[in-house]
Design a protein around this ligand. Structure first.
Ligand code: UDP
Length: 362
């Protein structure tokens, strides 16, 4: 039986690779899950939601650790796992340090690398940092590239990747979203009647500090200017983000909450009328759900969501974010209406099956 070693370090990797596990089993492949512990608590929550127990658990995080030492530790430890397990293929997802270091370790060990969610590009090496670089570097090492969209395929072709190794399959995040929305037994969110729920998330490394402080101040202005709005703000575990969130502590109608696991998060997201985020995965989810969204960044690698009309690149400046939200929240906003259309540009929930079928045939 062919063995696929799935390397997972962070919440988005867990959310986007867990749906692949049953699909691999269905095709007669043996998935082996290694959790690198990069965002231990957040990824554990996602594992729980999807009923996954990693067979291998690493302990790679140290307090105040630099990117350099994290990456070095990940490379050493994932290399040891790959040598011990001797898988037929190593699957990595996206653009994290775990994905980058695991792909490099597999490459050194001459084990084929399958890159899930390949080909996304902002074309700016420092935005998102260091993820844009990671994703580009993995493309050089990967044997098979699972891209979500034709645009992502074009990005790889331009970089010289062999077209026969690229498969346009959609994004597994939509599989995960559909799974969550089907979990009707989950406790529902308590949203006070007559209030309009909006969602705010911020965590990107390159925005942390003064820029992110302005993003939180924008949230405060939005809620203060709109007495009918209630904002849910799941707080990332990053200490710098938590410190910055003090900008909105104690403000009426801003709920700072512990980050819910993906199933509860998706069910909250589906109820929200407006989203403000710097997250990558959430841009894909809101596009599938047709929720107007302000992307609090200066560039995005999810341009398909902008073309689909759901996403608006608002930048990360307080005034710009507050002004864009004002436009969307005004009564009978035509702009809002024009952004309310669900789109399947990021997939239709069948991505994991497609990937598993292709891997079983390799
Ligand atoms: N998410 C979650 N709980 C939260 C916030 C986000 O489960 O409190 C999920 C979300 O649905 C999406 C993923 O986490 O699938 C996005 O992760 P994140 O924003 O951390 O990373 P990025 O996508 O920006 O790499």
């Amino acid at each position: 039986m062919k063995r696929i070693l799935l390397m997972i370090g962070t919440r988005p990797e867990a959310i986007k690779l867990c749906p692949l596990i049953p699909a691999l089993r269905k095709r007669g492949l043996e998935p082996i899950v290694c959790s690198t512990g990069q965002h231990r608590e957040l990824s554990e929550e996602a594992f729980r939601d999807f009923g996954v127990t990693p067979q291998i658990v690493l302990d790679t995080m140290r307090r105040g650790q630099s990117l350099t030492s994290l990456c070095a530790r990940l490379l050493t430890e994932t290399g040891e796992v790959i040598r011990r397990v001797k898988p037929d293929c190593v699957a990595v997802q996206g653009d994290t340090s775990t994905a980058y270091a695991s792909a490099l370790a597999a490459f050194y060990e001459k084990i084929p690398v399958a890159h899930v969610e390949a080909g996304l590009r902002t074309h700016q090496p420092r935005s998102p940092f260091p993820e844009e670089y990671h994703r580009r570097a993995i493309a050089v090492m990967a044997t098979v590239h699972f891209v979500p969209t034709p645009t992502a395929k074009r990005n790889l072709l331009v970089e010289g990747v062999d077209g026969h190794c690229i498969h346009v399959v959609g994004n597994t995040v939509i599989d995960a979203l559909q799974y969550s929305l089907s979990r009707a037994e989950t406790a529902e969110w308590d949203i006070p009647p007559r209030l309009v729920p909006i969602l705010f998330t911020a965590h990107r490394r390159e925005l942390q500090g003064e820029t992110m402080r302005g993003m939180f101040r924008a949230l405060r202005r939005i809620v203060e200017e709109h007495p009918n709005v209630i904002a849910f703000c799941p707080l990332h575990s990053n200490p710098s983000v938590r410190e910055t969130a003090k900008e909105v502590e104690g403000i009426e109608r801003i709920r700072l909450i512990a980050p819910p696991g993906p199933v509860r998060f998706h069910r909250l997201l589906a109820k929200c009328k407006l989203v403000l985020t710097d997250s990558g995965g959430i841009q894909e989810e809101v596009t599938a759900l047709g929720i107007p969204t302000l992307v609090m960044r200066y560039s995005t690698e999810r341009t398909e969501g902008i073309e689909a009309g759901c996403l608006m690149l608002a930048g990360a400046h307080e005034d710009g974010i507050a002004a864009a939200a004002r436009e969307l929240l005004k009564p009978n906003s035509e702009l809002y209406e024009s952004m309310c259309h669900p789109s399947d540009v990021f997939g239709n929930g069948k991505t994991s099956e497609k990937i598993a079928t292709i891997l079983s045939q390799l």
